[in-house]
Design a protein around this ligand. Structure first.
Ligand SMILES: Nc1ncnc2c1ncn2[C@@H]1O[C@H](COP(=O)(O)OP(=O)(O)OP(=O)(O)O)[C@@H](O)[C@H]1O
Length: 263
């Protein structure tokens, strides 16, 4: 299996502080990673490196075989799908759901008056259908609920047929039903052998969909644990990661965690 993403001794330093501190991490083809860590740990900074929107201060980042610094990022970016809050903010609110997804095929966020290829439109409809959005095709993006927006942006991220899919807190802000609906859909995607390699940032182990294979835990920019979910996602690592005693349990193909009561 080849590396989809490889970070070697990567640091990102701002104002004399390492936001990401000598991180070495690799994602191989077909793996589905979860990044866990407390607020401010450096999770989004890692995704920004992985999506080529941020260059490291030191160390090397290789994405889909191309090393950052030696490649035209505008050729690399269409090969990476990204869905997250930063992307939601860039989307024109008056654009319809279908247009929001379709514009990704043309590397744009806004629609112009060019004619779209019917093949692209069919693909956009199919991705939206897979994410349960086929009733909303003509709705304006700005009128969608949080969950509907997140599902639209995941469909959008799939549109360029990416080799690497990056999801930044896809379930944040969703109610219980919305979260469970999204987890089911992400689980279907994660188990699809034709789906791209995936990296998902989350704060909650309950949001880990079945089919995710590996976990990276970071704290204060440093890697605390990285490897297969079965061995690395345990109470010891999670407690060290979040800085309080936690118990993590596996229930079937899902995970749950809780803090121990105060004495
Ligand atoms: N451009 C910047 N200059 C200085 N500090 C920054 C910059 N960007 C991010 N930071 C800081 O770097 C740290 C890591 O930020 P990052 O957004 O990667 O964390 P995170 O793990 O995604 O956090 P959260 O879970 O709260 O979203 C934070 O303390 C943040 O304030």
């Amino acid at each position: 299996m080849s590396d989809v993403l490889e970070l070697v001794d990567v640091s990102v330093v701002r104002d004399g502080r390492a936001l990401v501190d000598e991180v070495s991490w690799s994602v191989k083809e077909g793996e589905r990673w979860v990044i866990l860590g407390p607020n401010g740990a450096g999770k989004t900074t890692l995704l920004n490196l992985a999506s080529s929107y941020l260059f490291p201060t030191t160390g090397s980042v290789t994405i889909l075989g191309d090393r950052l610094g030696g490649v035209d990022v505008f050729e690399l970016r269409p090969r990476i799908g990204m869905a997250g809050i930063a992307m939601a903010e860039k989307m024109p609110k008056r654009q319809t759901v279908l247009q929001t997804v379709l514009t990704a095929a043309y590397g744009m966020t806004a629609t112009w008056h060019e004619d779209y290829d019917p093949v692209d439109e069919a693909r956009a409809r199919a991705f939206l259908d897979r994410l349960g959005m086929n009733e909303y095709l003509d709705r304006r993006f700005g009128t969608l609920s949080e969950g509907e927006r997140k599902r639209t942006l995941i469909a959008r991220a799939m549109m360029t047929d990416p080799e690497l899919l990056l999801l930044d807190e896809p379930a944040a802000g969703l109610d219980l039903g919305g979260r469970e609906d999204l987890v089911r859909r992400l689980g279907r995607l994660a188990r699809d052998p034709y789906a791209p390699s995936m990296v998902m940032v989350t704060h909650h182990v309950e949001e880990i969909a079945p089919g995710f294979t590996h976990v990276l835990m970071i704290r204060q920019g440093k890697v605390l644990a990285a490897g297969p979910m079965e061995t690395e996602l345990n109470s010891r690592n999670l407690s060290l990661c979040f800085g309080l005693p936690l118990v993590v349990e596996r229930l079937g193909d899902r995970w749950t965690a809780r803090g121990l009561p105060l004495k």
